[in-house]
Design a protein around this ligand. Structure first.
Ligand code: 13P
Ligand code: SF4
Length: 305
């Protein structure tokens, strides 16, 4: 089948199976085209609860599909590719966090949503990149263990100096790979452009950004500006922007580095297979684990996202 035929087959299959397709903005434009809803990790976490579809196909990485399952246990949740994981989500063994909690009962354990359900089960509260600063400000504890992303943690610490964040040494291999040299090169090529960057980049790189924020915050910043903008996050955001605003000047920072391989595992063929039951992965979760992990997600939602 060619691309057009594949897209038509997917649309027919999602209708016949009553499946809602969610896609993270980092997905390829072809996947965004066949999705019912695309957005950042926070939007995808909550949106499925608002739709009646009994089946959800999540085009993204495993922790995102797990989060949907945690919030919508009655639904069949399918991940678009069985091996699509976020490496950062697995950079800490849950037992390490359990040990830390035991030794430090007064410290709040705050997990970036890019964590496995098993890790979330040991945490007090979750945050996404779009909600981290707001939520950390509201936490009753002064001392907070922030897992697993050291770069997002450093960004939050700078925004919330009244708190004491203990940072784990995890990182996103894709965003962490961006160097100062990459920024200097992009600035030399586009001296008048602003830089919009995801806080998963290293602090010394982030210091050169005009704006730091989540996927949705970067898109909002671009939409509210008339400047030329260098996009310093995963390539999917740039792809999304140039399609929506073809008359604007957007440039991709470090185009060979800012591609998340796991996000790109999903293909049209794979989506069709997942709808037909021959590929993808159905998310199964033990009820005890789900309820334990849900506590930290509920805390995030109660703090107002
Ligand atoms: P957002 O929370 O901005 O969607 O980011 C998710 C992610 O995986 C960033 O690399
Ligand atoms: Fe994980 Fe980084 Fe990929 Fe986001 S870009 S899913 S944090 S590896």
């Amino acid at each position: 089948m060619n691309k057009t035929e594949l897209k038509s087959a997917i649309i027919a299959a999602k209708q016949s199976t009553n499946t809602l397709i969610l896609a993270h903005t980092y997905q390829d434009p072809d996947i965004i085209d066949i999705a019912d809803i695309s957005g950042d990790s926070y939007a995808l976490a909550v949106v499925a609860t608002k739709y009646p579809h009994p089946n959800i196909l999540l085009c993204g990485v495993r922790f995102m599909a797990e989060t949907v399952k945690i919030l919508s246990p009655e639904k069949k949740v399918i991940l678009s590719h069985k091996s699509a994981t976020c490496p950062m989500a697995e950079q800490i063994a849950p037992e390490k966090v359990a040990e830390f909690r035991k030794a430090n009962p007064d410290v709040c354990v705050c997990a970036y949503i890019n964590t496995t359900a098993a890790l979330k089960a040991h945490c007090d509260v979750c945050v996404t990149s779009s909600t981290a600063v707001k939520i950390v400000k509201k936490l009753p504890q002064k001392d907070i263990l922030f897992i697993p992303d050291q770069n997002l943690g450093a960004y939050v610490q700078a925004q919330v100096p009244e708190k004491n964040l203990i940072l784990w040494s995890g990182c996103c291999p894709t965003h962490h790979s961006v160097s100062l040299r990459d920024v200097e090169q992009a600035k030399a090529q586009h001296p008048n452009a602003k830089i919009a960057m995801h806080p998963e980049c290293r602090p010394e790189v982030a210091a050169h950004a005009d704006m730091l924020g989540s996927t949705s915050a970067i898109i909002e910043y671009c939409e509210n500006s008339t400047d030329d903008i260098i996009i310093a996050t995963e390539r999917g955001v740039y792809d999304w922007l140039i399609r929506k605003y073809p008359q604007r000047n957007f440039y991709q920072l470090a185009p060979n580095k800012l591609i998340c391989p796991n996000m790109k595992y999903t293909t049209l063929q794979g989506v069709l297979g997942a709808l037909e039951g021959s590929s993808g992965a159905v998310i199964e979760m033990d009820e005890e684990l789900r309820l334990a992990a849900k506590r930290s997600i509920d805390a995030m939602l109660n703090y107002g996202g």
